[in-house]
Write a protein that binds this ligand. Structure first.
Ligand code: CMC
Length: 436
């Protein structure tokens, strides 16, 4: 962290001594005021529920400029990565800081490929679930269960062990998501096939059966790979912060990633893709494009509790660059599958058009986020709606583990322990039961 020449001064209206606070500059983005000594010197905490103004760490991995609508992985714009790189190159970049050359790429791909199989015991964990269990409930359990297989062999203080844990997680997530799907539909699990690409292998594990081989379509393979790239990391979002906080106690990294999966599930975060598609299907059932105006009135009515899912973001106050790329992919996939007239895509475009012109959305700077179009693409590929967030988890795993490993490698890292403003009862005495 580079110290700034400028310092902040905190003064109090009651005459308590003021305090000078150092400021640090990032490579890009807002400076931060270092308040670490605030409590020691003033006996006061800062108050920032929801982290609206708080940087929880310093990081070199991902940068978002929410006003410009810019997303950089290790400095590279997401638009360039999506066009010029595949998902595994992106994983290498996020984990190592640089894009791989051809040899490094081949080695990395080999390492991931060699870890795609999961222990046969994993099948028995699955059998404990109801067939209709939500895939994210299943994934939380399965990823947590991985910690049992690699507990004694994982020393988080050893960089090589951290690297192997990262490779295992990236390699096994597609296998686990496909197993969760096959279990739901009552089909046999399909083992990974290592001569396929990362996304090609996933598609085959999802859609092949022992009686019929699955032919991977290059357009769908590329589309899925792009979905993975777009979801790979997003700096200190709720699930990543969960992984960091969980991992800060020194816990098993697979368990920390399971915590990330659990957090991602919520509809305000990764669950938005499922919620968005359900919303589109509901509007379609009500009458489709003709009912868009009526639906928008509900969204704008604060008492209705209805939100336009796939819209708005804590950081982006401009078009989410991932949404633009996802919209392109959506068009490509629908064309490949002969679904150019897909009514949900048309409906989504109509909603977007109205929202971008409506004062309610304009004033609040609400734009489509990555989840607005991702559901339509996934549904067209044949991925069932409840599995959407599991695909997000698969793709985000690399971001979680890169961020976790970055934190553990930082010599200054401490267990995360927020403070609070206590507003409950002051100390009081317990009355005997008869007097209460
Ligand atoms: N529909 C209608 N109104 C909205 C929406 C929306 N989707 N999003 C925000 N608003 C309004 C909100 O009611 C508030 O209005 P007011 O100032 O009058 O009270 C204002 O915009 C600011 O919203 P907020 O909830 O204070 O903003 P936040 O930063 O806390 O929430 C968000 C961000 C993503 C949770 C929210 O925009 C949302 O719920 N969006 C829908 C869910 C969604 O698509 N989530 C996916 C996020 S991207 C994928 C990921 O990275 O996880």
């Amino acid at each position: 962290m580079t110290p700034s020449d400028v310092k902040a001064t905190l003064s109090f209206s009651d005459g308590s001594p003021s305090m000078e606070l150092p400021i640090y500059k990032g490579t890009i983005g807002p400076d931060v005021i270092d308040i670490r000594k605030l409590y020691g010197q003033t006996g006061k905490f800062t108050y920032d529920p929801g982290f609206l103004s708080t940087a929880s760490c310093n990081s070199t991995i991902t940068y978002i400029d929410g006003d410009k609508g810019e997303l950089l992985y290790r400095g590279y714009p997401i638009e360039q990565l999506a066009v010029n790189c595949d998902y595994l190159e992106t994983c290498y970049l996020l984990l190592n800081g640089e894009l791989p050359n051809a040899t490094q790429k081949a080695e990395f791909q080999n390492r991931v490929t060699n870890h795609t199989m999961v222990n046969e015991q994993m099948q028995f964990f699955l059998r404990g679930f109801r067939r209709d269990a939500h895939p994210m409930a299943v994934m939380t359990g399965l990823v947590g269960a991985l910690s049992a297989f690699y507990h004694d062999s994982t020393d988080i203080n050893n960089p090589e062990h951290r690297e192997v844990a990262a490779i295992r997680l990236i390699a096994k997530m597609p296998t686990l998501v496909a197993m969760a799907y096959k279990y739901t539909v009552g089909q046999p699990y399909i083992y990974p096939k290592n001569d396929l690409s990362y996304s090609g292998n996933f598609l085959r594990m999802m859609f092949a059966t022992p009686c019929e081989e699955y032919k991977v379509s290059p357009v769908i393979e590329r589309a899925l790979d792009r979905i993975f790239i777009l979801h790979a990391d997003h700096e200190q979002n709720a699930s990543t912060s969960t992984v960091r906080l969980c991992g800060s106690s020194g816990t098993n990294p697979f368990a920390a990633i399971a915590a990330g999966v659990a957090c991602l599930w919520g509809p305000a975060h990764g669950g938005a893709n499922e919620a968005c598609l359900n919303m589109l299907e509901d509007i379609q059932a009500m009458g489709g494009v003709a009912k868009v105006g009526e639906f928008m009135n509900q969204v704008k009515d604060k008492n209705s509790g209805v939100r336009l899912m796939g819209f708005g973001h804590r950081v982006y106050k401009n078009y989410d660059p991932r949404a633009k790329l996802m919209q392109e992919t959506c068009k490509e996939v629908l064309q490949e599958l002969g679904l150019e007239n897909d009514p949900l895509f048309k409906l989504a475009m109509a909603l977007e058009k109205i929202a971008l012109e409506d004062d309610y959305f304009v004033a609040r700077k609400l734009y489509p986020n990555v989840d607005f179009y991702s559901g339509i693409v996934q549904r067209a590929i044949g991925i069932p709606v409840p599995l959407f967030t599991a695909i997000f988890a698969l793709a985000r795993t690399v971001g979680w583990i890169a961020q976790l490993n970055e934190m553990i490698a930082d010599p200054e890292y401490k267990i995360g322990r927020p403070r609070q403003l206590f507003v409950g009862s002051a100390k009081r005495d317990v009355k005997p039961l008869a007097q209460r």
